[in-house]
Design a protein around this ligand. Structure first.
Ligand code: NAI
Length: 497
């Protein structure tokens, strides 16, 4: 883009109010700096302050939310949020998690960019975006202790959840002139959960013929992001992998302190820096406001306010290029080291200028249709229900007798199988230990016992089986039904089976 395009002052924009949370630690300082830049670039914006985190907690709001904060955020549809301190080992639950869940912020979008040569980076030209599913996976927070030795966390992946995040990644790619979307999963091991995510990716990809696609296993994918980040453009991945990968990518870009993020839902969106509240430097005018400022740029783009977004982003790039830097990124040499507020002043002074060596941006403007709704509807179609056949059950037992001998447990279970079932196998920690197990397998007190009824069985027969187990003194801690969906097994096979 030419410098002239970066010089354009925004045309008159409609008035828009956004919710802002000033946060804890360095939050108030970097928010003040960011709001001053926003006010200079987009005077039609107004800010409605909400109190979240420690401030709200100390004012007597046990959840970390001021009375009507959630309603205010929902009514404006957009929240610009400074980092919040999370008390460790007590206090209120994570406000971030509550916000994500209450507002349905299903997509976490994190651009990871190297700003070489303004900031020396190991991979000049790196410019990728991680689109992380934000609500499901092991983050559903469903955990149970089941035996003396074993705890479990439920990994939930839903088809609608996969459809909307994958579609969001492709829509993001189209809207931002990206060329490729890479899906990362571990479906070689988790064939059902990660397999569904990958399958949905393959189903949706043909709807975007202009975008190249690929799939990588998350472990090698993360390694490649660390060593060859320029090979990537947009990456879409489930929640846990995305959590780790996006930090790796931001670190590789050399700029975790500069990294912005967007949390997008259908009716609301939240924008925040990736870093935390940095209590060690709070109140000293040392903090870098860039992560929050770039998050505010993402917010303006999301709202269709392309002109002020372009203005702020280019002025920020120019500030870096001119060597005006906060202490966290200022290496020795030809730089002017400044504090938080002076950095904001330097960006404001450069509003209307574009970078000359770094790539300038030019965001499109559009009319905001509904409160922060994505440009194109991403609604998920309901599919017809599958033909579902019940063909057995996995009984999970807490059992610590007979020296934990699988053969002894097998003999007891064979006696309760009754006419409806046959005992197919027993596994411990997923590994088959009966029949014909390996004596070297480490056995915990948690056993999965698979009873099969290939001709089909009723739920009542399963209840009767559980009753026989209880009468035999066996401690059934949970069951999982074995279904076939349209003829296809809806459960994993045992390892070593
Ligand atoms: P942190 O990101 O706050 O700090 C890590 C290091 O980076 C510190 O040395 C800090 O001084 C430095 N740093 C962070 N942001 C900076 C900035 N803008 N400019 C210059 N230096 C910066 O991570 P930490 O120490 O693990 O967490 C502190 C608090 O922040 C905790 O209570 C944590 O729960 C919270 N937190 C909140 C987040 C959020 O609200 N989204 C995200 C991460 C942490």
């Amino acid at each position: 883009m030419s410098a002239a395009a970066g010089n354009r002052l925004p045309a008159t924009l409609p008035a828009r109010t956004i919710a802002v949370a000033h946060g804890d630690g360095i939050g108030p300082e970097i928010m003040a700096a960011t709001l001053r830049v926003l006010a200079a670039a987009d005077p039609a914006l107004t800010f409605h302050e909400v109190s979240l985190g420690l401030k709200a907690y100390e004012a007597g709001h046990a959840g970390g939310f001021d009375g009507d904060a959630l309603d205010v955020i929902a009514s404006h549809g957009v929240l610009l949020k400074a980092p919040l301190s999370t008390p460790q080992g007590g206090g209120f639950k994570s406000v971030n998690v509550t916000l994500r869940k209450t507002l349905g912020l299903f997509a976490n979008v994190r651009p990871c960019v190297a700003y070489h040569p303004a900031l020396p980076a190991p991979h000049p030209g790196m410019d990728l975006v991680v689109v992380r599913e934000n609500e499901e996976d092991t983050y559903a927070g469903i955990e149970h202790r089941q035996t003396d030795e074993v705890v479990q966390c439920l990994k939930l992946i839903t088809r609608p959840g996969c459809e909307r995040i994958v579609r969001h990644a492709f829509e993001y790619a189209v809207a931002n002139g990206r060329r490729k979307v890479t899906c990362m999963t571990k479906d070689n091991i988790m064939k059902l959960t990660d397999g569904l995510f990958h399958a949905v990716f393959e189903e949706i990809a043909p709807e975007y013929p202009g975008i190249a696609t690929e799939h990588m296993i998350i472990d090698i994918g993360t390694a490649r992001v660390a060593t060859r980040p320029r090979d990537f453009d947009v990456i879409v991945t489930p929640n846990l992998y995305g959590d780790i990968l996006s930090d790796v990518a931001a670190e590789v870009a050399g700029s975790i302190g500069l990294a912005p993020s967007a949390n997008i839902g259908y009716g609301a969106a939240m924008f925040e820096a990736v870093h935390g509240s940095a209590p060690d430097i709070a109140g000293k005018d040392l903090a870098n406001p860039s992560g929050l400022l770039l998050s505010a740029v993402m917010m303006l783009v999301h709202l269709g306010r392309g002109a002020p977004a372009t203005l702020v982003h280019n002025a920020w790039l120019r500030t870096l290029e001119d060597g005006v830097l906060t202490g966290d990124v200022a290496a020795a040499g030809q730089v002017r080291r400044v504090g938080t507020q002076a950095f904001a002043d330097a960006v404001i002074e450069r509003l209307g200028q574009a970078p000359t060596r770094l790539r300038a941006v030019d965001y499109p403007s559009r009319t905001e249709t509904t409160a922060a709704a994505p440009a194109r509807t991403l609604s998920v179609a309901r599919r017809p229900a599958a033909d579902k056949q019940l063909e057995g059950v996995d009984l999970f037992l807490h059992w610590d007798q007979d020296g934990r001998s699988p053969a002894a447990l097998g003999a007891r279970l064979e006696r309760i199988a009754g006419p409806d079932f046959s005992l197919e196998l027993i596994t411990n920690r997923g590994v088959k230990v009966y029949p014909n197990g390996n004596a070297r397998t480490l056995c915990s007190d948690h056993w999965r016992c698979r009873f099969r009824a290939p001709a089909g069985v009723s739920p009542l027969a399963i209840a009767a089986l559980m009753a026989r187990a209880a009468h035999a003194g066996l401690d059934v801690i949970k069951t999982e039904n074995l279904y076939r969906f349209d003829g296809k097994a809806g459960y994993s096979q045992a390892q070593g089976a």
